[in-house]
Design a protein around this ligand. Structure first.
Ligand SMILES: CC(C)(COP(=O)(O)OP(=O)(O)OC[C@H]1O[C@@H](n2cnc3c(N)ncnc32)[C@H](O)[C@@H]1OP(=O)(O)O)[C@@H](O)C(=O)NCCC(=O)NCCS
Length: 185
């Protein structure tokens, strides 16, 4: 898998996945194609405080190295970047029919490597509501680090969904902790 520039067509595909899982998102609001096109124009450019990517399947070719296959696996990004504080929020969605095969975990590694070693951020944080089963996915990711700088915590009543208030897992991942585990810079 690798990160590539996100296209408008891929962004439209993500809109359809996103609209089917409103419990996952901060704003449970259905998006139209026009809204998604505006999001693409406004957010997927260098001036915005967001960096969104297509997650694309790759094959290892002995001559060419890693070549992308056509498969679009999902979209991920680092959003709401505060350059002065070197901090940003991680976001991720994997094609619903491709979940459970380790692609999400691989995508997080690629996004964190990009955030820390290309964008030069020091901290990546995120939040996952407990009405979304995937909150355990993020817990597993931060559990890999044994450091006071990479932690998760529970915040109460962060989301109203389906008649109830739901807690969230809020987490923070540190560049040095990530690079120590991944033997990067
Ligand atoms: C969350 C998401 C990215 C996970 O992607 P994925 O490809 O299914 O994840 P992986 O297969 O890499 O799973 C890695 C580990 O997390 C666990 N996990 C993944 N999704 C889980 C879930 N819904 N509930 C519990 N555990 C989960 C897996 O069991 C796996 O653990 P294991 O290695 O012990 O088997 C995917 O479910 C998704 O796109 N969800 C909708 C969008 C979303 O919720 N985004 C996050 C918003 S905060």
């Amino acid at each position: 898998m690798k990160l590539e520039a996100l296209t408008l067509d891929q962004c439209e595909q993500v809109r359809i996945w996103r609209n089917a899982e409103m419990e996952c998102w901060r704003t449970p609001f259905m998006l139209t194609k026009q809204m998604q096109d505006e999001f693409y124009e406004g957010c997927c450019n260098r001036e915005s405080p967001h960096r969104y990517f297509a997650l694309v399947r790759t094959t290892d070719d002995p001559i060419q190295g890693v070549v992308p296959e056509s498969g679009f696996i999902g979209m991920g990004g680092i959003t709401y970047i505060q350059w002065e504080n070197r901090i940003g929020e991680i976001t991720l969605i994997i094609n619903p029919v491709e979940r459970g095969d380790g692609l999400g975990e691989k995508a997080v590694d690629l996004l964190l490597d990009h955030a820390f070693n290309h964008l030069n951020l020091q901290t990546v944080f995120g939040e996952c509501y407990h009405c979304n089963d995937a909150w355990e996915f993020w817990g597993d990711i931060t559990d890999k680090y044994d450091s006071p700088n990479t932690i998760q915590t529970l915040l109460p009543k962060r989301k109203y969904w389906n008649g109830d208030y739901w807690d969230s897992t809020y987490f923070s991942i540190d560049k040095d902790d990530f690079n120590k585990i991944h033997n990067s810079k």
